[in-house]
Design a protein around this ligand. Structure first.
Ligand code: NAD
Ligand code: WQD
Length: 340
């Protein structure tokens, strides 16, 4: 089977491409490298002994997508490409709607023209909005998102549902990731954020290698165990495995389905700092700062639907997340910028 992976050079994409290649699938990647390096795919090839076909291109460019669909026997698409920084999205909403919403419309049009009918979309826990009770269940209403990024994911889910309803032979799965972290256990591929990391684990890892002085903990006055925010962290290799399970389930989907990809448990910021210190043996200095705008106190996933319908659940715990993150960061303190 040949699978088109948009955004396949990025963090979650590269780990999923590796899992697909290891399973013997043929993979075509389209990525504009706006937030990635082609080095990730070179390393995936070295790890698996197989290479994905790589095309540097933009999902908003229908000629590029049409060429890919006509040159390769693609039957499925996994769609990671998009912009993902919540804070940046409030400053650059048009870029976020262009890449995430308009880009997906172009992809759907190209899929329709090529008669490619099966799609897995990278959605996010953020679609549950600010007022949903925890744990988040797929049956809960979505919307009420608090950033253009979150709204773009919500809008795309709406578009996919409408499109699938109108085209009965299409099968579309939205996977709502919670907080993907960690790296491949080889330490060869991992998350390589541009500039100052927005997310907790990349920031902690950069403090550990001396690139940042100390962690700022955004708020210690939340109604949680220790006052810091609670999230559902999931190992990126479990996220990749979730895509394989969703791929296998696509033939049983008649229109649109959404699944949470999470561990089903939450940890506080300070628990994560502690777990990282244990795995790495490195002390992480931190200071308590005011809450970050828009941060919720606590959320985690109800994971029953994915377990029952996809036969998938996480198999890696926070210690493995931290060990693998540390191996990646220690071996690649500058990410992909400095090659072998
Ligand atoms: P990433 O930035 O590492 O990967 C996205 C990839 O898409 C990058 O390689 C980037 O170069 C590429 N890209 C962006 N715009 C493009 C365009 N117009 N055309 C072609 N390529 C384009 O991010 P990631 O963490 O791997 O996330 C992958 C997907 O999962 C994104 O859609 C993101 O919104 C979603 N998601 C991520 C998280 C998370 O915490 N990492 C959580 C929930 C959902
Ligand atoms: C985790 C916890 C912070 C950084 C975001 C998006 C979400 C999804 C995943 C894409 C929170 C605290 C963080 C720091 C801190 N992405 N923190 N100091 O905000 O749960 O989710 O990424 O879809 O949509 O919103 O993840 O890693 O930024 O924060 O104290 O320097 O760590 O306040 O409690 P978040 P995060």
């Amino acid at each position: 089977m040949t699978i088109l992976v948009t955004g396949g050079a990025g963090y979650i994409g590269s780990h999923t491409v590796l899992a697909l290649l290891e399973r013997g699938e043929d993979v075509v990647v389209v990525d504009n490298l706006s937030n990635a390096s082609a080095e990730s795919l070179r390393r995936v090839a070295a790890l698996t002994g197989k290479a994905a076909t790589f095309c540097q291109g933009d999902i908003r460019d229908i000629a590029c997508l049409n060429a890919l669909f006509s040159q390769h026997p693609i039957t499925r698409v996994i769609h990671f490409a998009g912009l993902k920084a919540v804070g940046e999205s409030t400053r650059k909403p048009l870029e976020y709607y262009q890449n995430n919403v308009a880009g997906t419309l172009v992809l759907l049009e190209a899929m329709r023209q090529a008669d490619v009918r099966q799609l897995i979309f990278s959605s996010s826990a953020t679609v549950y909005g600010a007022d949903s009770p925890v744990p988040y269940r797929e049956t809960m209403p979505t919307g009420g998102t608090s950033s253009p990024y979150g709204s773009s994911k919500f809008m795309v889910e709406q578009i996919l549902q409408d499109f699938a309803r109108a085209n009965a032979h299409f099968a579309i799965i939205a996977l709502r990731y919670f907080n993907p972290v960690g790296a491949h256990p080889s330490g060869r591929i991992g998350e390589d954020p541009l500039g100052i990391p927005n997310n907790l684990l990349p920031y902690i890892a950069q403090v550990a290698v001396g690139k940042r002085e100390k962690l700022g903990v955004f708020g210690a006055d939340f109604p949680t165990r220790d006052g810091t925010g609670v999230r559902d962290y999931i190992h990126v290799m479990d996220v990749a495995a979730g895509h394989l399970a969703a791929m296998d389930h696509l033939p049983q989907i008649s229109a649109f389905e959404a699944y949470n990809l999470g561990a089903g448990v939450g940890y506080t910021v300070l628990e994560m700092v502690n777990a990282f210190e244990q795995a790495s043996g490195v002390k992480i200095p931190y200071q308590i700062l005011p809450r970050r705008d828009g941060d919720l106190a606590a959320f985690w996933a109800d994971v029953h639907r994915a377990k029952q319908q996809l036969g998938w659940q996480v198999t890696r715990d926070i210690h493995q997340m931290m060990q693998d993150l540390w191996r990646w960061q220690k071996n690649n303190p500058h990410g992909y910028a400095v090659g072998e």
